[in-house]
Design a protein around this ligand. Structure first.
Ligand code: URA
Length: 435
């Protein structure tokens, strides 16, 4: 086989065979395909697309490029969740202990934040002492003992995807449905999941800006997962405005704790209940969403969700006292409010810009490997559709300096729009698609 023939075939809209895709990914993994040819092929895929069979073959080949984690000795059936990324998305911090408290083991490999989106590992590392770097043996022990662990990637999972993604990033070929779907599904399946709940975000602060695009991505991921023997459910969730109120690492941990106590923001609490309910259903702990929700609300009201959170934090060497005393988390030296310049209805809260402002305060990173500040960030006081009075706080800014506060205020004043007419708030969940 020759790479130039595969590029020409894709350029002309032909489909690749299973063998051709295996050969290509094997070549990528062995560094035998030069970047200029791979980049040309990626662009041809972006324009011409892939059939469902090709996308499934590509996913399988990516999985085979590395190790597949097998935790079945301690967790016979593993249900994972994956978010396509958003602003204020601290769902895993709530859903993991909640579902584990219900008796479904949770083993998650999470990532770090990049660009305007946050990452679960950065949020967890804002808890003093929390260790995300465990070996597979340590992970196994934790899951056996506590039924929960969230760590950074240990094994070499789908390494060819890492190479493809790095090239996609610099060749404007990220936004291709089969490339995104195979990239996400290969990593999830390689991390050992039997079933997966995909939290597909839609809107200004997401990859997919329309419900139609998000639905197409979700359906393709479901078909790939099903084709590879996994059960997959997708939740299409709004990301036009930040999820919940807190955006920033330690601030999001505080909000996760209050949600586990049953006092979280309404949209975020609802989002967590929907995702966790779908996980319980995939794990056969409930057969309807209503029954699953009933189990979860009961666990929260009995304090078992928060207890499991504290047990998990302690098991990963974090300071579990934060579950009762969030004041022990890092706190920014300067805290100031942005106030409403006029009275009116909130007509927009630009999630992407809010994420970028939190990043500029130090909560995020522009390049891999950059240090993040655990203490800084934003607490949004308003949601789309809300009526505010003049002078009412719109956002609380947690910063390192007055200068940083001034800059954040200027940008946030444009990101939050007020109008005379009331607007319909976006739904928290657009749809649940069960594979
Ligand atoms: N997340 C991934 O892991 N891969 C993509 O291609 C896009 C988002």
């Amino acid at each position: 086989m020759r790479m130039v023939d595969l590029i020409a075939a894709k350029r002309d809209g032909d489909t690749h065979s299973t063998k051709e895709l295996e050969w290509l990914i094997d070549g990528v993994q062995r560094d035998q395909v030069p970047d200029y040819q791979l980049a040309a092929w990626l662009m041809a895929v972006l324009w011409r697309g892939m059939s469902e069979r090709e996308a499934t073959d590509l996913t399988r080949a990516l999985i085979r490029s590395g190790q597949v984690l097998d935790m079945h000795s301690v967790a016979p059936f593993l249900v994972d969740k994956h978010s396509t990324g958003g602003v204020g998305d601290k769902t895993s911090l709530v859903v993991a202990p909640l579902v584990a408290a219900a008796g479904l083991p949770v083993v998650k490999m999470s990532g770090r934040g990049l660009g305007y989106t946050g990452g679960t590992l950065d949020k967890l590392e804002s808890i003093p002492g929390f260790n995300v770097s465990l070996t597979v043996q340590e992970l196994t022990l934790l899951v056996r003992k506590h039924g929960i662990a969230i760590i950074g990637q240990t094994a070499e999972l789908a390494p060819a995807d890492g190479k493809l993604y790095a090239l996609r990033d610099v060749t404007a070929t990220v936004p291709s449905l089969p490339l995104i779907a195979s990239s996400i599904m290969s990593k999830k399946i390689a991390s050992g999941a039997d079933a997966i709940v995909l939290d597909v975000k839609v809107g200004r602060g997401a990859f997919m800006e329309t419900v139609e695009q998000a639905k197409a991505l979700a359906e393709l991921m479901i078909r790939i997962g099903t084709g590879l023997g996994k059960q997959v459910t997708a939740v299409l969730a709004d990301m036009n405005q930040p999820l919940g109120c807190a955006v920033g690492n330690a601030l999001e941990v505080v909000e996760a704790v209050s949600t586990l106590q049953g006092h979280g923001p309404a949209d975020f609490s609802e989002h967590c209940l929907v995702v966790a309910s779908e996980m319980l259903m995939l794990g056969r702990l409930a057969d309807t969403p209503d029954k699953a929700r009933h189990i979860l609300l009961d666990i929260i009201s009995r304090g078992q969700a928060l207890d499991k959170f504290a047990e998990w934090i302690a098991a990963q060497q974090g300071d579990a006292r934060i579950a009762e005393q969030p004041g022990l988390l890092p706190r920014a030296p300067v805290i100031a409010d942005l106030e409403a310049p006029v009275a009116g209805y909130v007509t927009g809260v630009d999630a992407r810009e809010v994420g970028l402002v939190a990043g500029a305060l130090g909560a995020g990173r522009e390049r891999k490997g950059q240090h993040v500040d655990p203490a800084v960030g934003l607490v949004m006081h308003v949601k789309i559709g809300q009526l505010v009075r003049q002078g009412e706080p719109l956002v609380q800014i947690h910063a390192r300096s007055q200068e940083a506060v001034r800059e954040a205020k200027q940008r946030l004043a444009d990101a939050i729009t007020l109008g005379a007419e009331s607007v319909q708030p976006p739904p928290t969940i657009y749809a649940v698609i069960r594979g």
